[in-house]
Ligand binder design. Structure first.
Ligand SMILES: Cc1cc2nc3c(=O)[nH]c(=O)nc-3n(C[C@H](O)[C@H](O)[C@H](O)COP(=O)(O)O)c2cc1C
Length: 166
């Protein structure tokens, strides 16, 4: 199989965040899709080794910060290549609290979600969630995953579902 075929699937770039034991944490994800609009619901795939997986299982509530082409690339790196087990990523990334959840300040939109179910694969949990709130914060162009690769020249770690060796 030509693994590069997966590069032709389209995604955005997001920070999924939550509050656990009074602390804010989260990680970069690309693997979010809308399931349907009524009830408004999404699915996302989170690696079982990620601290965020454990947090979503416990808290069952999270925010999605939808990053734009003008969002600081450092946000993607901080949330995508470090673990909330070892550091507090929100110490260095500006955020605002919406419905008690940390939303990245230069995101162009956000969603607030409640986990309603999940399916386990060998490496990832696919969380299903209802969207209970959401809004557009500015009119900047949402970042696509291909923009992240082709323009920002960003990389994906092994835990990203779309990781391709080499
Ligand atoms: C562009 C990009 C996309 C990513 N997409 C996902 C994803 O969809 N699911 C996932 O589990 N990890 C994804 N990752 C990897 C996690 O963000 C990374 O493993 C992070 O360090 C986990 O942090 P945590 O341990 O605090 O949860 C992605 C990383 C990057 C840079």
């Amino acid at each position: 199989m030509n693994n590069n075929v997966f590069r032709n699937l389209s995604y955005g770039v997001y920070v999924v965040s939550c509050v656990i034991d009074g602390k804010y944490t989260g990680c970069t994800v690309n693997s979010i899709m809308q399931i349907t609009s009524s009830p408004a619901s999404i699915a996302l795939s989170v690696n079982k080794d990620n601290y965020t997986n454990l947090c979503l299982n416990k808290t069952k509530k999270f925010a999605v910060s939808i990053l734009s082409e003008t969002s600081n690339p450092m946000t993607i790196g901080t949330f995508g290549f470090r673990s909330g087990r070892d550091c507090n990523k929100f110490d260095i990334i500006p955020y605002t609290l919406i419905d008690g959840m940390p939303v990245v300040k230069d995101a162009c939109s956000y969603l607030i979600c409640n986990v309603t179910g999940k399916t386990e694969t060998s490496t990832h949990t696919v969380f299903l969630a209802d969207v209970i709130d959401g809004d557009i914060l500015d009119n900047n162009v949402p970042m696509t995953y291909s923009y992240y690769h082709n323009v920002i020249k960003g990389k994906s770690p092994k835990s990203a579902p779309t990781f391709i060796e080499g």
